[in-house]
Design a protein around this ligand. Structure first.
Ligand SMILES: *Cc1c(COP(=O)(O)O)cnc(C)c1O
Length: 848
């Protein structure tokens, strides 16, 4: 049936018109006063609609709006929010001067916008919010999923079932992206012999525009409309279509809307194809030579890798990929085989059947990073094959530790306290000593009371959710519905575990010691309870089994009131949990958790982390702000390690955590506990905010990359051209194996040295076709391991001492013994300057 659609909403009274503006920018979601403005209209409806502001305004009764239009306190409230909104989100005339473009396959901004699945997306959402707070000139690009990630319910057996409800996009704060003539932008990319079209929408995140591509449009045949339906749904080809759309279509959308970014940030390998679009743009629209364009592009790209887990590092079968890349390589005037090789480590060149998006990203980004200190180390080791001439410590992958957007995750109750007692900048990456000063003035009692209220709200929410669960709705369990009234206690030690149910996260670690667990759950004097939540990937039956084990364990042992599983973990639930539990538990198999961010959300709410020293906790834990589950990396069998670590966890619970919580010697307050809460808050606010993170991206990556792009493209790309010419010479001499460096000779006796001694090193080099000013010669030394491999390396520049015949030279330097130890010494030639430090595989020559 062909029906015509029409909507009727209430007429927003003139006095309240700003509510409409507010509902069209998700800015409201991290401003408590703005949220309150909606809540005041109708709290129940607001909750029912999960805080979807536009839908809410379409649904509230006209009479209620009329009433508030004449309520002076409401109007004052509205004016306050409006003033703040207008102060911080000005639309500048230079709107299109945004130098940084941030690409991600998912964004977790608010639970009402279902275009994310988990941590990666939430991180991207927090990145945008912080960029807005910092007024960075950033524009973001993603996909508009009509169905998003799945909605989770459990059947009566505790088995996960996935639903894909369709988002009503008219209820989302979206507007169509316009080109400079005011026309709605639709872009297209070629998929072999077909054209994929996408409408471009804009979602404002404060003053940051997020462009979202949408393939559900009449221009596409039915199968191609599905491209932007589901996040991580569909097969490998679907995924490829999505990534081509994101990278290539996304860049085209930017250009079509009049943006001209200098820096492109790939949040994970998913966005890697953007490099091809950038090169094509420079070649076709600005007349660059493809090699010159390549220099300008890779030297101004940023790449972030997010996981050491193989499944998270995407690969595509080259057979499937090639026909697609034929088109895009041709558009960029590049040889397709060369493009494919960019995604293959050198040592696999000859037998690779897959191209890695992580390798592709690393090779095409001068700036790359892992997401915690530990993950930086893991990533350097994991990808060292891309730079076969270097030691692990010199692999050019940095780390920028993740952070969370404070204003989005701190509870209202603590917000009030922080405003009163902490430095005014508490939500904006303040110095730690200022935080400590403030937190010491915060009365224990106030903090504890605020936290207990958060726990009570969580318990109320959990009960409400459980009542609607299928598991509790079957006939025979009418009783159970009533029982949810007494499920969980608002007053006892509450431990939360909510994350994706992937096996390495070990959601069932506690079940390894059922007796110890049951004893803790049934303890009458010092009771504890657990709240679990999290989705398993739809294709991951192992993960689904873990969820089922938890649910069945609770039922089989009659502890459903103390161990619950909440369905459909999302941003709203994450907020309640990380604000309301007492302990946040994290049990990954180290070092597979690259960072994790939920523990940071917990910390800023005074929730205490109890975690394996993995990801962010490996650098966040300081002995006073939580607990570290003693891990052991040396077990070869997961089984043994899991057993050991679960025993450690129980020891902690029984000997430290539970006694600490229930120790009330000084009146009603658990004083030692509160001390830890305060330390946890200081760590969270002081070190793990997304403002700190985005400032680091800006300082270490965006600003230098933008400067680099300006330099490369100035004067008709003179500098980029120079680099292309230099690269040719370097490739010919370094890769051709023409250079030669002799094992360095040492004056004196290496066997008997003491701290403070100096010795002279010299070597002879043959520079083939290169000139001395094109290279640097270095003495390379450092402590060695048992295999005589240099592990901590240092390099000292050697000076040209003598020019010999036939482009041979003698270089020398003096080394000082600064510390004691067993050292190794050698020497190397590398390309001069820092221009080639991060190139893959780079230019370096060692003694043969
Ligand atoms: C914060 C968050 C995550 C990421 O947390 P991890 O610590 O990485 O598990 C995942 N999902 C949601 C909904 C979140 O809010």
């Amino acid at each position: 049936m062909d029906v015509q659609l029409y909507n009727v909403g209430p007429r927003i009274p003139e006095e309240l018109k700003f509510l409409e503006t507010l509902s069209n920018n998700i800015w409201w979601c991290w401003h408590p006063l703005a949220i309150e403005l909606f809540v005041r209209i109708n709290p129940n409806l607001w909750r029912e609609l999960s805080g979807n502001a536009k839908e809410f305004l379409r649904t509230v009764p006209q009479s209620r709006l009329e009433e508030l239009a004449h309520d002076p306190t409401y109007r004052r409230h509205l004016r306050t929010v409006q003033a703040e909104f207008e102060r911080v989100s000005p639309k500048s005339e230079n709107e299109k001067d945004r130098s940084i473009a941030y690409f991600s396959l998912e964004f977790g901004i608010h639970e009402s916008i279902r275009i994310f699945s988990g941590g990666l997306g939430v991180l991207a959402g927090d990145h945008l919010k912080a960029a807005s707070d910092l007024s960075l000139p950033l524009v973001a690009v993603g996909l508009l999923y009509r169905q998003g990630y799945f909605t989770q319910v459990l059947d009566r057996n505790g088995w996960q079932i996935e639903h894909y409800p369709v988002s009503e996009i008219h209820n989302l704060p979206l507007e169509r992206g316009l080109d400079k003539n005011g026309k709605e932008v639709t872009i297209s990319i070629r998929l072999i012999d077909r054209e994929l079209f996408a409408a471009v929408w804009v979602l404002w995140v404060g003053n940051v525009p997020l462009l979202l591509l949408d393939t559900e449009i009449p221009e596409n045949p039915p199968d191609l409309r599905e491209v932007s339906w589901r996040l991580y749904g569909g097969d490998k080809r679907m995924r490829l279509h999505q990534e081509l759309l994101l990278g290539i279509g996304g860049f085209k959308a930017l250009i079509a809307m009049g943006y001209d970014p200098s820096v492109c940030h790939m949040n994970e390998g998913h966005a890697g194809f953007l490099s091809l679009a950038r090169i094509a743009h420079l070649v076709n629209d600005l007349g660059y030579d493809p090699n010159v364009a390549l220099e300008a592009v890779w030297r101004s790209n940023v790449f972030t890798t997010h996981t050491p887990v193989p499944a998270g590092n995407e690969v595509f079968d080259i057979g499937m990929l090639r026909p697609y890349l034929n088109v895009f390589a041709a558009e960029a005037h590049l040889d397709v085989n060369r493009v494919i090789r960019w995604g293959i480590p050198i040592n696999d060149r000859n037998h690779a059947s897959e191209m890695s998006m992580t390798v592709f990203g690393l090779r095409l980004a001068d700036y790359s990073n892992g997401v915690s200190k530990l993950h930086g180390e893991v990533a350097r080791d994991m990808w060292k094959n891309l730079w076969p001439q270097r030691s692990v410590s010199e692999i050019p992958i940095k780390h920028i530790t993740n952070g969370v957007h404070i204003a989005s995750w701190v509870s209202n109750r603590l917000w009030g306290l922080y405003e009163r007692y902490l430095t005014p900048k508490w939500a904006h990456n303040p110095p730690v000593d200022q935080l400590i000063e403030g937190i010491n003035t915060l009365p224990d009692e106030e903090l504890w009371m605020a936290h207990e209220l958060c726990r009570q709200s969580l318990v109320r929410r959990a009960r409400r959710l459980l009542q609607s669960n299928v598991r509790y709705l079957s006939d025979r369990s009418k009783v159970k519905v009533d029982k949810t009234k007494n499920t969980l206690s608002p007053d006892i030690l509450t431990i939360g575990f909510a994350r994706r149910f992937a096996t390495y996260k070990r959601g069932t670690l506690l079940l390894r010691n059922p007796d110890r667990l049951i004893a803790l759950l049934k303890d009458k004097t010092r009771p504890i309870q657990f709240i679990f939540a999290g989705k398993a990937h739809p294709a991951d039956d192992e993960g689904k089994k873990l969820i089922q084990e938890l649910v069945q364990f609770a039922e089989n042992h009659g502890v459903q009131d103390r161990l619950v599983f909440l369905e459909n973990y999302d941003i709203g639930m994450a907020r309640s949990l990380t604000q309301g539990v007492d302990v946040w538990l994290n049990t990954p198999r180290r070092p597979q958790e690259a960072s994790g961010t939920s523990g940071m959300k917990a910390a800023i709410n005074g929730v205490i982390n109890c975690s394996i020293l993995d990801g962010w906790w490996a650098e966040g834990y300081n002995g006073e702000n939580g607990w570290a589950i003693e891990g052991n990396d040396y077990y070869t069998e997961d089984e043994d390690r899991d057993n050991y670590e679960s025993q450690q966890l129980f020891n902690l619970l029984e000997n430290d955590i539970i006694p600490c919580f229930y120790e009330r010697s000084g009146g009603d307050l658990p004083q030692r506990w509160i001390k830890r809460m305060k330390a946890s808050i200081v760590t969270g606010l002081g070190e793990f905010s997304s403002e700190r993170m985005v400032e680091e991206y800006n300082r270490f990556f965006y600003e230098p990359a933008a400067a680099s792009y300006r330099k490369l493209t100035a004067d008709d790309a003179a500098f980029a051209k120079e680099l292309v010419a230099e690269k040719e010479r370097l490739v010919e001499n370094f890769d051709g194996g023409k250079l030669y460096i002799e094992r360095p000779a040492v004056e004196g006796d290496l066997a008997d040295l003491h701290v403070g001694d100096k010795f002279k090193v010299s070597t002879r080099v043959y520079l083939a076709g290169l000139k001395p000013e094109e290279v640097e010669v270095e003495a390379y030394f450092g402590t060695v391991n048992a295999h005589n491999e240099i592990i901590t390396s240092g390099a000292e520049k050697m000076e040209l001492a003598e020019t010999l015949d036939d482009n041979n030279y003698r270089y020398s330097c003096e080394l000082t013994c600064r510390v004691s130890g067993r050292f190794g010494l050698t020497a190397r030639i590398k390309a001069a300057g820092h221009e080639w430090d991060n190139s893959v595989p780079g230019f370096m020559c060692w003694p043969r």
